[in-house]
Design a protein around this ligand. Structure first.
Ligand SMILES: NC(=O)C1=CN([C@@H]2O[C@H](COP(=O)(O)OP(=O)(O)OC[C@H]3O[C@@H](n4cnc5c(N)ncnc54)[C@H](O)[C@@H]3O)[C@@H](O)[C@H]2O)C=CC1
Ligand SMILES: O=C(CO)COP(=O)(O)O
Length: 355
């Protein structure tokens, strides 16, 4: 863009999705040399793998052997263990880390960033503070004093890394930001649509993980496809009701974007939340134990979100109005019989205003 400084991109996070999206960005900084600096910096929460720093391994092999094994990230992705060093001088920050760690990381970036820096949040979760649920892009804006857009979609990280075709949704207020983010993320296999409803997009991204736990419970019980579809449909209705009841400016159309129904379908079919919930039903162990056993350091988001949503609804005396979200929480955390997930659906339906 004429008169526009070349954008330096930093990825804040380097898990399964963080690594996969760093690869997408690294392809696009090469594709658009007029707009972006070639190098993509990636902040890595440092850990040792067989006695070696993960950052050193990534920089030597161009592969995140722990969180995205077998995938070349690109020689222009540079792993950095210090988050301040990684973010200093960046024009674009891509936040992509499990939602429970975001606040602490943002705090360490306070006062460090350039004024013209803009951010985008790929986090799927809501910020739970003082029994309130807040939108992450808005919290990042408040803490860091910069604009923050959001990206969410039906995007299983390993499939994007294998360049299988899929879609995603970006939501932002400022059309100029939308143009930059489109160029940073869109590829022939990763199809971006830009919309304005950043709240609806992030409510979908958080709540579909809870519904996916419900789909996993169905699978753990060996229920058929009809029951699982009922859970998914009721889940979608509760996602919409939750967005419209508690957050201003949420549009129904957003639920038809990749960030809505498509992400719900992909996560209920092939996501980690579904897989771990199914194993949990069969195991007799706690969900945290199963998560540790199955995910090798990757983090579930649906479990924490389920707790947060339940406590948020309880404080408002509204659990009855979200019977599926409530049943999922009780099965996972209060030893309710797993079958109650379908029983509750027979007797209680969510009331939604038709438009
Ligand atoms: N994996 C996927 O297929 C997708 C994930 N997402 C979302 O992207 C976000 C990030 O997920 P992933 O990249 O998959 O992460 P992940 O599930 O692979 O999480 C592990 C990451 O957390 C880091 N970590 C561990 N302890 C930490 C700490 N105390 N402080 C900071 N970081 C710490 C690890 O180093 C690692 O990078 C989540 O909100 C997730 O829902 C969105 C789309 C797809
Ligand atoms: O968000 C995802 C796909 O879009 C991944 O979901 P899981 O965290 O359940 O794997």
């Amino acid at each position: 863009m004429p008169g526009f400084p070349k954008q330096k991109v930093t990825i804040i996070g380097s898990g399964n999705w963080g690594s996969s999206i760093a690869r997408v960005c690294a392809q696009n900084t090469i594709r658009h040399p007029d707009l972006f600096e070639r190098e993509v910096r990636m902040w890595v929460f440092e850990e040792k793998i067989d006695g070696k720093n993960l950052t050193d391994i990534i920089n030597e092999k161009h592969e995140n052997v722990k969180y995205l094994p077998g995938i070349n990230l690109g020689e222009n992705v540079v792993a950095i263990p210090d988050v301040v060093e990684a973010a200093k001088g960046a024009n674009v920050l891509v936040f992509v880390l499990p939602h429970q760690f975001v606040y602490k990381v943002c705090e360490s970036l306070r006062g460090v960033l350039d004024k013209d820096c803009r951010a985008i949040s790929l986090i799927k979760g809501l910020d739970y503070k003082n029994n309130n649920l807040l939108i992450f892009s808005e919290e990042i804006e408040k803490i860091l004093g910069i604009n923050c857009a959001a990206l969410s979609g039906a995007n299983i990280a390993s499939e994007v890394a294998e360049e299988q075709f899929g879609e995603t949704t970006i939501a932002c207020r400022d059309p100029k930001d939308g143009e930059i983010f489109y160029k940073l993320f869109h590829t022939g296999y990763f199809d971006v649509n830009v919309i304005g409803d950043w709240r609806g997009l992030q409510v979908c991204g958080a709540l579909k993980n809870v519904v996916a736990l419900g789909a996993g419970i169905c699978d753990g019980l060996h229920y058929g496809n009809n029951t699982k579809s009922a859970v998914i449909r009721r889940g979608l209705l509760e996602m919409r009701k939750f967005g419209k009841t508690f957050f201003g400016g949420v549009h129904t159309e957003t639920y038809f974007e990749s960030c809505g129904v498509a992400d719900l379908i992909t996560t209920c079919a092939g996501g980690r939340n579904r897989k771990v919930a199914a194993a949990f039903i069969k195991s007799g162990k706690s969900i945290d134990e199963i998560e540790k056993e199955m995910l090798n350091g990757q983090k579930l988001q649906g479990t924490t979100t389920s707790q947060e949503v339940y406590h948020f609804l309880s404080a408002r005396n509204m659990t009855q109005e979200f019977p599926l979200m409530t049943a999922i929480y009780r099965v996972i955390y209060e030893h309710a019989p797993p079958e109650s997930i379908a029983l509750d659906l027979r007797t209680r339906n969510v009331k939604v205003d038709m438009e």
